[in-house]
Design a protein around this ligand. Sequence first.
Ligand SMILES: Nc1ncnc2c1ncn2[C@@H]1O[C@H](COP(=O)(O)OP(=O)(O)OP(=O)(O)O)[C@@H](O)[C@H]1O
Ligand SMILES: [Mg+2]
Length: 423
Amino acid sequence: MTVRYVFLHPPGQLDAVPAGRLELVVADGALLTSRFQYGRRYLDRAEALDVDPVSLSRAGETELPREPVNGLPLFGAIRDASPDAWGRRVIENRLGRLGPLSEVDYLDHAGSDRSGALDIRTNSDSSPRASNLAAAIDLPYLLEAVERIEAGAQVPARLAHFFDGGPTMGGMRPKAVIEVGGRQFVAKFPSTTDSRFNVPAVEQATLELARGCGLDVPATRLERLDGERAAMLIERFDREPVAGGFARRHMVSALTMLGVSEMESPDQSYAAIADVISTRGAAAYVERDRIELFKRMVFNILVCNDDDHLRNHAFLHDADARGWRLSPLYDVVPSPQLGTDRFLNLGVGPNGRAARLDNALAGAGGFGINRRSAANLIEDLVARTRTWRNTFEACGVSERDCAAVASAFRRAGDIGMREVDRA
Ligand SMILES: Nc1ncnc2c1ncn2[C@@H]1O[C@H](COP(=O)(O)OP(=O)(O)OP(=O)(O)O)[C@@H](O)[C@H]1O
Ligand SMILES: [Mg+2]
């Protein structure tokens, strides 16, 4: 059994406090199960938060360490603070070891500036690992390092320091965290596996299209690198600049809020996330966040973003509202396809995952939205996404790339708009 200590950055504070003791049972590198117990002093703190809102409510604390719900090997919130495919490759490269490594290694090496407000340390009095964020001027070097990592080659010493001090966020695509003008951004890079279009440019334009639809989108910007290539910057919503540094916002994925494993994700639905907003969301924002979620679902239908899995939706703890809010939007990329029948990753309405407006309309009740209001919301989103090319051109997406993604944008009339008009 391996023991680690979970630290949490209380709202508005620069430093983390020890929250409790984590036991990890590992066999051959695989995590079998884990147990957690809060520290007494942590439970007495006025500013303490649940480390994991689903598996570890402080109110349910007992004399014995608790295990994650649903037989999960790791507490969802702690899993969310650990790297996914890309971050794992970065860690393997840094350590000069072939993966897969032990889950504990990934948990240990994600960096103290990792996603959300948690940190994992070896002792209850350990200091955070030194964190050194790269700057915008370093982007070309970071890209060079990304290429090495993708090729499975060691990052040379002259590039290593750009990556070494930074955290590893989640997700599959190459990324790094940079600091620009006293704000933190996730920089998303092109990948050697991108063959169809300039993904960072298209992702940035899609997020700007979403902003134009009234969705809650972090600040984004495109940084041109060499030739056609670019990195997309998106401001971190789990960081807040405060005097002397950054405060952190506790964040968990929708996967964690639903208490399910990744394998169970495709059986889940937007309505299930809406239910979680109702049961666990900050009371004053339940209605607003359910409407926002409904609009995101319709937007994903209209741009055919079918990578909308449960890790691509998140919740942020809001200290003022004393509860959880839907996070701003991220990771939205159109997926051009040949067929007309498209499916999202999550259930939309009574017709399951079918990416159709009539399906969304029929499912609106699950978001607490009546048929007429839902029809109005859909109509507005259809009108605002119809002119997507203008936004893409204004964002500098090339004509070639617009043509490459055009099949993701279908005519509303072909995907059930008649039913919406009737409503
Ligand atoms: N603006 C942001 N602020 C804070 N955290 C973010 C932000 N954008 C992304 N993240 C976190 O980083 C993770 C990875 O980002 P993102 O989903 O954009 O990457 P990806 O590699 O394209 O993902 P996927 O594997 O789903 O394709 C997210 O799951 C989320 O936890
Ligand atoms: Mg993602």
